[in-house]
Write a protein that binds this ligand. Structure first.
Ligand SMILES: [Mn+2]
Length: 241
């Protein structure tokens, strides 16, 4: 099994990515309706964090089965994967929005764990202007190729793979440092994880989590061909977390 999922160019419709959803699938659905999303030809790529905090986390299982919806694993999926193994603190998990899953029956906890464990860590989408990468939090390597080759390297120690996954799903280093060095070997990298008031770009790394799950937030959609966001980027890096 590969931790990188690759997608051919969409020659018949549009490709969009959306930030963290956190159990707000109805709001997302409304956003898609606003932009005239056509589920027969368009595709929607998710940066992960489908669950926790919002009221509709249970819907994540149906969404990841939709033929036009494709998600990478976020740190909240990571918690749902680990939950049935019993080595996570329930108070900590609930404080992070996982209460819905703590109270789920065991068979459902296992269903979520198994389904999320099958999600890729990274996706790459071919567009007319080049390859676009998607990961939840960050690419912890200077080049996209080093990252995608490393996570699929069968000789990698479990410890090293765990460290790379941890950074890919949880790191906020790049944005905290306002590091504009970018990721080489890819046209653009799309990430979520860090809620911002407005979408932002650092080098070629696009931050699109504008807290569609949060009371003052909204869902930003980015067109993977044009890299334009809806709504547009106001220019300045501005983050709320
Ligand atoms: Mn996250």
């Amino acid at each position: 099994m590969s931790f990188v999922k690759r997608f051919e160019r969409n020659t018949v419709g549009r490709d969009f990515a959306v930030g963290d959803i956190h159990g707000h699938f109805t709001a997302l659905q409304n956003r898609l309706a606003q932009i005239g999303f056509n589920r027969d030809v368009d595709r929607l790529f998710s940066v992960g964090d489908l669950v926790d905090r919002g009221p509709e986390s249970d819907n994540a299982l149906e969404w990841i089965d939709l033929p036009w919806f494709h998600a990478v694993r976020g740190n909240h999926e990571d918690m749902a994967i680990r939950w049935p193994s019993g080595n996570m603190d329930s108070a900590h998990y609930a404080a992070n929005g996982g209460g819905w899953n703590v109270s789920n029956p065991r068979y459902l906890q296992l269903a979520f764990s198994g389904a999320f464990d099958a999600l890729p860590i990274a996706m790459e989408v071919e567009t007319e202007a080049g390859l676009v990468g998607i990961v939840h939090a960050d690419c912890p390597f200077p080049t996209w190729r080093d990252f995608t080759v490393s996570i699929d390297d069968s000789n990698l120690s479990n410890k090293m793979r765990k460290a790379i996954f941890e950074a890919a799903l949880w790191s906020r280093e790049r944005i905290q440092d306002e590091d504009r060095s970018g990721v080489a070997g890819i046209r653009a990298l799309i990430v979520g994880h860090t809620p911002l008031k407005n979408p932002a770009v650092l080098g070629n790394v696009h931050y699109i989590d504008t807290g569609g799950w949060f009371r003052d937030g909204y869902f930003t959609l980015i067109d993977l061909s044009t890299l334009e966001t809806i709504p547009p980027i106001p220019g300045k890096l501005d983050w709320a977390a």
